[in-house]
Design a protein around this ligand. Sequence first.
Ligand SMILES: [Zn+2]
Length: 263
Amino acid sequence: MKAGEAGVLKFGEDQIARYSRHFIIDEVGPKGQEKICKGKVLIVGAGGLGSPAAYYLAAAGVGTICVIDEDVVDLSNLQRQILHTTGDLGKPKAESARDKLTALNPDCRVKPICARLTAGNAPEIIKEYDAVVDGTDNFTTRFLINDACVMLGKPFFHGGVLRFFGQALTVIPGQGPCYRCIFGEPPVPGTVPTCAEAGVLGVLPGIIGVIQATEVLKYLLGLGDLLVGRLLTYDALSLQFREIQVKKNPDCPVCGKNPPETD
Ligand SMILES: [Zn+2]
């Protein structure tokens, strides 16, 4: 059986049991699990989106996860940020995330970074990873992730939520539009409300974060059709998903014909 073969390849008995439901999927199997275990994923933001994404990626066996977040756990986070508990109040979110992910899967090496992703540190941090999950709650960091990932040629997995609505998009540099191709420039501060201003239904980031994690696993496995050039939107009230075809902008300042200076 496939699980037995896995033991011969590299997996121990505990791992064969832990990942048995992957081993028995033909398209995954021990070879696919090995790809997942070798995967290195950066999660930007240990909040509503980063929590479910990181949890499922650690459970699936992603070998290295870095969680970067500058905030500490606040009582208002716990309605949706499922990595953190009441006992974590005041603790850095990145460290709380490390504790939960390591407890879930000791095979997963988790690196917490208690800082903000900035134009200064983004290239150094991002270049170490195979994939980046955008779990941010602000446009400045979101555009920064996009620009840095496009320049470094790293795939990133966007998710956004507000009130009852969510969206997801996968950006593979060189294969389709980037976030900036579609959304242009960050909105003028104050014109688009944040979750802190407009609220968000607690379960909503669960749906979108798990879609981001699904895309990461598919990317690591080389399976299926990614959300490249397809903006997926979700309306929790009508319980409808919609897909919007999105195209590369030839004049995009980041991935267009005239790429910017590398700084
Ligand atoms: Zn672009």
